[in-house]
Design a protein around this ligand. Structure first.
Ligand SMILES: Nc1ncnc2c1ncn2[C@@H]1O[C@H](COP(=O)(O)OP(=O)(O)OP(=O)(O)O)[C@@H](O)[C@H]1O
Ligand SMILES: [Mg+2]
Length: 226
């Protein structure tokens, strides 16, 4: 293992125990992510990419999920951590952009409420400070009129804007690792490349490592080289 390894996965196996039998979604994969680098994970639909990301953050209910192997983050095995420890890691050191922004954004809270809640929770700042950081973050991800947009509910934003809001939320706590699960799949091509540029820029600014999950080889091919 290299010294600048941030995430190192060995022999990860995730199975679901269902009524129909045992489904092996991830079968002994390994990968390594270095500090400040972007790692692309490419594979056909259903091959276990999302389950891998969800396993890293231990977001799968167990049972039915059963996770085996080793997931070292900064040298510590996430799979051995207590629930309290893993909660500290989520959103703080590792955050995730989910494949479906509509299922991961809360429809009954405004964009600003969701992002500022996350900031308050992880950074222990006042409500007002969290709100101004939220507006700043929405500006950074190039959402126009961020003060107004922050007060809107997710369904009022376009798909591209929702994805940007997700990115803003994921990056608002300056994570050391960002798991981006198909961050641009739902978007049209011009917006896709804007979001790729945006993520790379933010990566430089806050020195985040990225795991970029996609089934789109074109996206990986077009990713700015390091
Ligand atoms: N909660 C679950 N219970 C049972 N099986 C599941 C569960 N979640 C995922 N699976 C199965 O695990 C396998 C891998 O799914 P996963 O969502 O990781 O695929 P993927 O590579 O992300 O695909 P896509 O590119 O379509 O997003 C699939 O066969 C899926 O049906
Ligand atoms: Mg997926």
């Amino acid at each position: 293992m290299r010294q600048d390894s941030l995430l190192s996965i060995e022999n990860l196996r995730t199975r679901f125990h269902t009524y129909e039998g045992v489904l092996t979604a991830v079968d002994g994969i390994g990968l390594e992510v270095y500090r400040g680098e972007t790692l692309g994970v490419v594979g056909e639909s259903g091959c276990g990419k999302s389950v891998t990301a969800l396993s890293i953050l231990r977001l799968l209910a167990s049972p039915p999920a059963e996770i085996q192997g080793e997931i070292l983050f900064d040298g510590k095995n996430l799979l051995n951590m207590s629930l309290d420890e893993i909660r500290q890691i989520r959103g703080n050191s590792i955050s995730m952009i989910f494949q479906e922004p509509m299922t991961s954004l809360n429809p009954v809270l405004t964009i600003g409420e969701q992002i500022s809640e996350a900031i308050k929770l992880h950074q222990g700042v006042t409500h007002q400070e969290a709100w101004s950081k939220t507006v700043e973050m929405l500006r950074t991800v190039q959402i126009p009129s961020p003060e107004i947009r922050a007060k809107e509910y997710p369904h009022k934003l376009s798909g591209g804007m929702r994805q940007r809001a997700m990115i803003a939320m994921a990056l608002s706590c300056h994570p050391r690792l960002l798991l981006a699960d198909e961050p641009t799949t739902a978007l049209d091509v011009t917006i896709q490349s804007q979001i790729v540029e945006l993520m790379e820029r933010l990566k430089e600014e806050i020195r985040t490592s990225i795991v970029l999950i996609t089934h789109n080889l074109g996206l990986i091919a077009g990713w700015p080289s390091e």
